[in-house]
Design a protein around this ligand. Structure first.
Ligand SMILES: CC(C)(COP(=O)(O)OP(=O)(O)OC[C@H]1O[C@@H](n2cnc3c(N)ncnc32)[C@H](O)[C@@H]1OP(=O)(O)O)[C@@H](O)C(=O)NCCC(=O)NCCS
Length: 360
C-alpha cells in the first residue's frame, strides 16, 4: 500500500506528501542509485558527437539488463502481481537516471571526471551537483525544473495526450518493462516538435541576439519572427497540441526569473517575445494556441547559471519525465490496462477520402 501511495504522490499534483514521506522516498531513491559499470561502458562506446538524447536512450537500454519485471515474467509471475516488479523497476530507474545523465554530460562537455552522489542533497540538488553545478540557486532551479517538467505532463498522461507519454503507455501496453517503455518515450521526446524545442528556443534566441544585438527593438523582433516563419520554420517554444493559453509552467518560470535574474538580457528578450509572437501567430489564422509553452523559457535559466550546452537541454526534460512516466506505467499494470491498438483504415477508405477531398 505504501508503495502505491508513493507512486500516486509522484504522479498526482493534488497529493502533497508529508515530510516523513518525502524523506523516506529520498532515502529509497538514494539506496537504489547504483549503476553497473557496463552501462557506462555502453555510453563510452558511442561517438562523442552523439546527441545527448542518443546517449540517454542508450543508457536506459543498458540499464534494462537489470529489469525485475523481465526476470519475474520469465519465471511466470501471475498477472495480478505485475505491478510489483513494475514498481521496483520504476523506482530504480528514476533513481539511476540522474547518475547516467550527469555521467554523459561530463563525458561530452567537461573533463569526463565523474562527480559522486552527495547523500545530503535531494534528487534535483544532487543532479545539479553531479553535473558540476553547486550554486544553491542552480540547485533550486533544478528542483523547479524536475518538478514542473513531470508535473503537468502527469495530468496529461492520463489522457496519453503527448508524444512521449503516449509512446510510454503504448509500448508498456505490450507488457514491456519500464526500461523498454521509457526508452521508447525518450525517443518520442527527441523530436523537434516535442521535447527538443527547449534546445531550439535557446539556439534561436542566441541567433536573434547575434544578428540584431541584445537591444533589439520591438519592430526588429517582429521582422525577425516573420523572417523565421517565411523561411518555413516554426517559432520555437510557442503553440501547443492541447493547451489553449499560456503554459502555467512558463508563468512559474517567469516568477523565478523575476526573483533571481530580472536584468538578464536573454530573460528580457523572452519577455519581449511574449508580447510580439502571439499576435503574429494569431495573424497566420491557423495556429490554435499562439501562447508560449514551457520550453519558451527554460533554456534561458540554464544558460544564465552556466549550463550553456543547448543540445543537452532535452535530457533534463527526460530526467524529469522519468518520474511522471514510470509512475504512470506502474499504475497501468496495477489497473491491468489492455494492449493498445491504433485504429487502421482500408485502401478503399483512403481512396474514398481522397476523392471526397478532391471534389470539395
Ligand atoms: C506544439 C505544436 C507542434 C503543436 O502542433 P499542432 O497541434 O499541429 O498545432 P496547431 O493545430 O495550432 O497547428 C496549426 C498550424 O499552425 C502551425 N503552427 C503551430 N504553432 C506554430 C509555431 N509556433 N510557429 C509556426 N507555426 C505554428 C502548425 O505548423 C500548423 O501549420 P500547418 O497547418 O501548415 O501544418 C506547434 O505549435 C509547434 O510546432 N510549435 C513550435 C514547436 C514547439 O515549440 N513545440 C513544443 C511545444 S511544448
Amino acid at each position: 500500500m505504501t508503495r502505491i501511495l508513493w507512486v500516486t504522490s509522484l504522479l498526482d499534483p493534488d497529493e502533497v506528501p508529508c515530510k516523513e514521506q518525502v524523506d523516506a522516498l529520498s532515502r529509497e531513491l538514494r539506496d537504489r542509485a547504483t549503476v553497473p559499470n557496463y552501462v557506462f561502458k555502453a555510453i563510452d562506446a558511442l561517438s562523442i558527437t552523439a546527441h545527448p538524447m542518443t546517449e540517454f536512450v542508450t543508457s536506459v537500454m543498458a540499464l534494462q539488463v537489470q529489469s525485475e519485471f523481465q526476470k519475474e515474467y520469465e519465471k511466470g509471475i501471475h498477472k495480478s502481481k505485475y505491478w510489483e516488479p513494475m514498481y521496483e523497476d520504476s523506482l530504480s530507474l528514476i533513481a539511476c537516471v540522474p547518475i547516467v545523465a550527469s555521467y554523459f554530460y561530463r563525458r561530452t562537455y567537461k573533463d569526463g571526471k565523474v562527480i559522486p552522489v552527495n547523500n545530503s542533497l535531494d534528487y534535483g540538488g544532487n543532479f545539479s551537483h553531479m553535473m558540476g553545478f553547486d550554486s544553491p540557486q542552480m540547485q533550486e532551479l533544478m528542483r523547479l525544473y524536475v518538478t514542473i517538467h513531470r508535473y503537468i505532463f502527469c495530468l496529461m498522461d492520463r489522457e496519453g495526450g503527448n508524444v512521449s507519454a503516449h509512446t510510454g503507455h503504448l509500448v508498456a501496453s505490450a507488457l514491456s518493462d519500464p526500461h523498454l517503455s521509457f526508452a521508447a518515450a525518450l525517443n518520442g521526446l527527441a523530436g523537434p516538435l516535442h521535447g527538443l524545442p527547449n534546445q531550439e528556443v535557446l539556439l534561436w534566441i542566441k541567433t536573434v541576439v547575434e544578428e540584431c544585438g541584445e537591444n533589439i527593438t520591438t519592430e526588429q523582433l517582429k521582422d525577425y519572427v516573420w523572417k523565421t516563419l517565411n523561411s518555413g520554420k516554426p517559432v520555437p517554444g510557442f503553440g501547443h497540441g492541447v493547451l489553449r493559453k499560456t503554459d502555467p509552467r512558463y508563468t512559474c518560470q517567469r516568477e523565478f526569473a523575476l526573483k533571481h535574474l530580472p536584468d538578464d538580457p536573454l530573460f528580457q528578450l523572452v519577455f519581449k517575445l511574449y508580447e510580439v509572437v502571439p499576435p503574429i501567430l494569431t495573424e497566420l489564422g491557423k495556429v490554435k494556441n499562439p501562447w508560449p509553452a514551457v520550453d519558451a523559457h527554460s533554456g534561458v535559466f540554464l544558460n544564465y547559471y552556466g549550463l550553456t550546452e543547448a543540445r543537452y537541454y532535452t535530457v533534463l526534460f527526460g530526467v524529469s519525465r522519468s518520474i511522471g512516466i514510470c509512475s504512470q506505467l506502474t499504475w497501468d499494470r496495477t489497473l491491468g490496462l489492455p494492449l493498445e491498438r491504433p485504429k487502421s483504415v482500408t485502401m478503399g477508405w483512403l481512396e474514398n477520402h481522397c476523392k471526397k477531398a478532391a471534389s470539395s
